[in-house]
Every structure is written in C-alpha cells, then in structure tokens.
Design a protein around this ligand. Structure first.
Ligand code: CA
Length: 498
C-alpha cells in the first residue's frame, strides 16, 4: 500500500464531518465459497495494532464486549496474521518513525498473540527502515554503504536471526515475505541481477530456518499484466527459489478481478508456484474519523470501472469475498488473501466535531501519532525520508477500510472471514454418516467424550455436537440417545443443518 502523502485540508475536514460515520451498521450477507483448499488463507495484516493499543485504542466484539483483538479476529474466522518488519524504524534519538514502529520485537509480540488463538504468522520483511513500495525501496541505514555481496550476507543474517527471535517468542511462522511490493527494487538494489541475489539470500535464510516455512515474493501493479508476467519469468530465469507469488490488489488501482486471476494463474500454471493476494482492502464509508485524509475519500479513488461494490459495510465484505473467489479461481495453487490493516482505526474520533472541538481533538491525535507511532508516519521519520514521510507525516489513511468502527467495535463485515467458507450440510447427531442419528452415534460420542479413541475426523465428530456449544461431549451423547429412543430433545437432532 502506498500511503497518501497529502494532508487533510480544512475544507475537506468540513465535508467529512457532514458525512460522519454512523455507528450501528446493518447486518450483512455473504455468499459462501467452496475453497479448493480447506486451509485457504483468510488473513489480515494488523501491523499497527500495538501502536494503537499504546494510543489507548481498545477493541470490542460486534456485541460490544471488550476483548483481545486477536481473539475477536480468530473467532470471526481469520486464520492467518501478517506483520511488516522494518530493520530500524527509529531516529538517532530513539524516536519511532511511525506506521506502528514495526521492528522485529513488535513482530514477535504480534506473532505470539496470534499463535495464542491458533493463527499462523506471515512475516513481511521490507528490508528498509520504513515503508517499502514501488516508489521507495530504500536500504536500511546500516546497509546504505554496502555492496550487493555485502547486502546478501547482511540480509541473510538479519532474516535468520529475526525469524529465530520471532519464533522464540512463541509465534507460529508459516510464511515469510522476502521484501514488500518489490516490483522496482529491493533494499536499494534496482537491477534485476542484484534483486535476484537478494531474493535468493532471503529465501536461503528461510530454508535454513525451517524447511516447512513457505517463501513468498511480493509485487504490485497486477494491472500491468505483461510486465508482471515478465517478473515471474525473470524470477525463473535467475533461478530464484520461492514458493508463493504474491501481489497487492487494491481495486481502485489494480485492474479487474479476471486479470488478477490471470496474472496469478501464470505463476501457478507455468511455474508451479502458489499464488495469493498479500494485500487488499476496501472502504466501508467515505468518511474520515481521525483528521488525516483517507486514501479512499470523496473525489479520491472512489470511482472506477473496477469498483464493483458499494462503499459500505456490505460492500467491504463483498470486495474481500470477491478477491478470495478470484484467488480460488486460480485452482489448487490459489493460496489465499490477506486484508491490509483491517484494524487501523482512529486514535480519537473526530466524527461530528466542529471548530475548536475538532481542532483540539486533532491536536491530541497528532500527539498520539508522534508519541506512539500510530499514524502512517511521525515527524521523526524526516531523518530517513525527508521529502515524503518527513513532510507529510500524520495519521491513518485507511480508518474507513477497517473492520472496526471508530469506537473499536467490530463491524458486521468482519464476519466475512468465517461466513465465506462453504459448510457442507449434515444431519445433526449423525457422526458415522449413516443417514440418521441413532444409538450407534450416541455410543460413538460417549466413547469419544470419555477419551476412548474413535476413527472419526474432526468434522465428523463435530456432527455430534448437538447442543452446539463447541464441544462434543457426554451431554451430547445423552441427547442423541434420548432422541434415538424417542424422547423429546430441545435440539434439531436428525435434521439437516448447515
Ligand atoms: Ca484518516
């Protein structure tokens, strides 16, 4: 994601106040997808989350219950977390550049918290001290004078040691990205031979770390179809070792969904790579809630032939569902989709505020962005990136693309992560799949619940959870037995359920 580099004007702020966010969004519907892979990645990047928590942000379930955001995401069906890593996002006084101040230590904490709720981690190394994207691939300060050969060694060592740190903290690392949106370069190297050497050095570090962890390379601008396919060819030509070809897909910039499927299929079909979308997002409103202008706002990225969905909570869910479908259409090698920064909400809601109230709230927000790193950039980034971040620093440009409202409460669209998975209908209580719930099923559930080994798969055992409390246990066995012997039961045992 390229950050928006222009500050909110007073005139724009006035417009945004008029269209202030309405808190209680309506419920949504999601058409399920039959994924080729049952473990299809339904991931979210929440790199800024620690800086938001430092700023006082808390998160709630859609029912308004305060909860650890990692639990909320896992309960909603998110199965993978992505986190960016910058080598050294701090100035000479130790002040953070912002954008979450995401170094290895942040990634370790985020990875540990994700693992606590059963979510894997994608570590997204930028190999820069701040944002890396098609416009910028600045080498880390410590590498600025290194030759390509020296960078290869430094990148290898840094990757391996960082992964060890993140793993030791308790993270379940499933995938590692060697660079971020490296369409034009990586770590200050812009010719293809140099880029290939750095990709390969990173890949080797991942292989040496753990041969089960997938290596991903990440590019953007899939709408430049032939150019991107040329990158896939160049990776093969230079014998770069990797598993996953990943692109960003922001529908206001990156072309049609059919083109997306085409580009990903090229890597999958021609070279046998897995393919995925490492970043996507969509606005659920045109309103801003933190006083920093959003990437998608009135007159900016809000129209276009490829914007097929309403700019609404339902539209946000529809967009993600459609992108997942486009990746699933790649076939067996369509790996999944990560939504970008789905929790980067405001640090202080400016909705409805005017005049002095608005100015004062914005002042407080600016202080939080500076002190906690919760904006896209802080003034301290000037030392490293004087012309862009150091000049246009500020808050979140994507608070209207999050899955949480300005108070931190989950929007109904968050349910897309779970509801998108097609669930085969089954007969409640029919564990052995005989077509009815009978005394034999009751016996199987009884044995399972008392720790006796049974041959059934998890999905089959789940059919015995007739009171649907998440556990298949002895009370379920009793209910099935009662049903089988013609006693009344308070659950639809023997009926087809979804
Ligand atoms: Ca904003």
């Amino acid at each position: 994601m390229r950050m928006l580099r222009r500050p909110a004007s007073i005139a724009l702020a006035a417009v945004m106040i008029l269209s202030a966010f309405t808190a209680q969004a309506a419920d949504i519907t999601v058409e399920p997808i039959k994924f080729n892979d049952p473990d299809f990645i339904r991931g979210m990047d929440i790199s800024s989350v620690l800086s938001l928590e430092r700023s006082g942000v808390t998160y709630m379930t859609s029912d308004g219950k305060r909860e650890d955001i990692f639990k909320i995401l896992s309960d909603s069906g998110v199965n993978y977390i992505r986190v960016r890593v910058w080598n050294d996002p701090f100035n000479s006084d130790g002040k953070g550049y912002g954008g979450g101040n995401n170094d290895v230590n942040s990634a370790a904490v985020i990875g540990r918290r994700a693992a606590q709720y059963g979510m894997k981690l994608l570590v997204d190394f930028h190999y820069s001290d701040f944002w890396a994207d098609p416009a910028k691939q600045t080498a880390p300060k410590a590498w600025s004078k290194l030759t390509v050969s020296e960078k290869e060694a430094a990148l290898y060592d840094y990757t391996l040691s960082s992964l060890k740190t993140i793993k030791e903290a308790g993270a379940d690392i499933g995938m590692v990205q060697i660079g971020n949106e490296t369409t034009t370069g990586i770590a200050g190297e812009y010719d293809r031979a140099g880029m290939a050497r750095l990709f390969s050095a990173g890949a080797k570090a991942v292989r040496d770390f753990d041969s089960d962890v997938m290596v991903a390379l990440h590019f953007t601008n899939p709408e430049r179809t032939q150019y991107i396919k040329g990158i896939v060819d160049f990776l093969d030509e230079y014998k770069v070792d990797y598993d996953v070809f990943a692109v960003s897909y922001y529908p206001y910039w990156h072309g049609s969904l059919s083109n997306l499927t085409d580009v990903l299929s090229y890597a999958a079909d021609k070279y046998g790579k897995f393919a995925m979308v490492a970043e996507t997002s969509y606005a659920n409103t045109l309103s801003d809630t933190d006083g920093h202008i959003n990437t998608v706002s009135k007159g900016s990225n809000d129209t276009g032939a490829d914007l097929l969905w309403d700019l609404s909570v339902q539209g946000q869910a529809d967009e993600l569902r459609s992108v997942m479908d486009a990746v699933n259409n790649v076939g067996e090698r369509g790996l999944g989709v990560f939504y970008w920064e789905g929790a980067w909400i405001t640090v202080g809601d400016t909705s409805g505020l005017t005049g002095k109230d608005y100015t004062e709230r914005l002042k407080l927000n600016k202080e939080l962005w500076e002190s906690c790193g919760s904006g896209w950039a802080a003034s301290y980034s000037a030392e490293y990136d004087p012309d862009d971040a150091g000049r246009w620093y500020g808050g979140s440009a994507v608070d209207n693309q999050a899955f949480f409202d300005p108070s931190g409460r989950a929007l109904p669209s968050l349910r897309v992560f779970g509801d998108v998975v097609y669930k085969e209908p089954y007969i409640l209580g029919d564990v052995d799949g005989s077509g009815e719930a009978d005394i034999i099923d009751a016996s199987f559930v009884q044995r399972y619940s008392t720790g006796v080994a049974v041959v059934f798969k998890k999905s089959e055992i789940k059919r015995g959870d007739v009171d649907r409390d998440g556990e298949t246990d002895v009370s379920d066995a009793t209910f099935i037995q009662r049903y089988a012997t013609n006693f009344a039961v308070p659950y639809p045992i023997g009926e087809t359920v979804g």
